[in-house]
Design a protein around this ligand. Structure first.
Ligand SMILES: [Zn+2]
Length: 217
């Protein structure tokens, strides 16, 4: 189920008041068009009808993919995990069937988008966090300055071989990076070995980020 509500936002540039739709839950399976708008940033962008000013609006949202079996709570700053007993109603999933779900929390739209791209590409996000740690370590050792947040951004298939794409976000700067797929294949088996037993995490809402990966090392 997809749930929305309307909020009045005051334009920071001209002071005009305007309605803005907040998506409290987004079911990507039932509403693929909303998924695309989320990925494009549309759902989190306020555009003033008066002066055209654009501002990012971050709000808490539950993202649910019934096909890929995952849910991600984007918790806006200060947001807390809501009463989980309501999740069944929100997601149309209850009890045991939730145990096969990957349940995640994230703190920003960028992180939510990263999770969606990872699961859509059949990656294990826990392995990817470990991979990113190793990648940053390798770059630092070779003398490159790595500042900001490294996020998975998809894969591409140029003639010279499959690539994994990343973006390094630092403030308003974005830097694109690619890593050969062969590098992933080389280290993935060792990363899998570091993952906790499935029963330890089943049914739990996990924050799988850099700190999570460090905890596994
Ligand atoms: Zn305005």
């Amino acid at each position: 189920m997809t749930m929305r509500s309307s909020h009045t936002i005051t334009c920071r540039a001209c002071g005009r008041q305007q309605e803005f739709v907040v998506w409290e839950t987004l079911n990507a399976t039932l509403n693929p068009e909303l998924k695309q708008r989320l990925l494009a940033g549309d759902l989190n962008t306020f555009v003033c009808d008066g002066c055209g000013d654009e501002a990012e609006v971050v709000y808490s949202m539950l993202y649910h993919d019934m096909t890929q079996h995952f849910m991600v709570w984007l918790l806006a700053e200060g947001g807390e995990l809501p009463d989980l007993s309501t999740i069944g109603q929100l997601g149309g999933v209850i009890g045991e069937s939730m145990r096969s779900y990957r349940l995640r929390t994230v703190g920003s739209r960028n992180e939510l988008v990263e999770k969606v791209l990872l699961f859509d590409s059949d990656f294990d996000d826990r392995e990817m966090e470990l991979f990113k740690l190793a990648l940053v370590e390798t770059m630092r050792r070779s003398g490159k300055a790595v500042e900001g947040t490294l996020l998975f951004a998809g894969t591409s298939d140029p003639p010279e071989g499959r690539l994994i794409r990343f973006v390094l976000l630092h403030g308003t700067k974005r830097k694109a990076l690619t890593v050969p797929w062969t590098e992933w294949n080389r280290v993935a088996p060792a990363l899998t070995m570091l993952l906790p037993a499935p029963e330890k995490e089943a049914g739990k809402w996990l924050r799988v980020d850099e700190a999570y990966a460090r905890g596994l090392m």
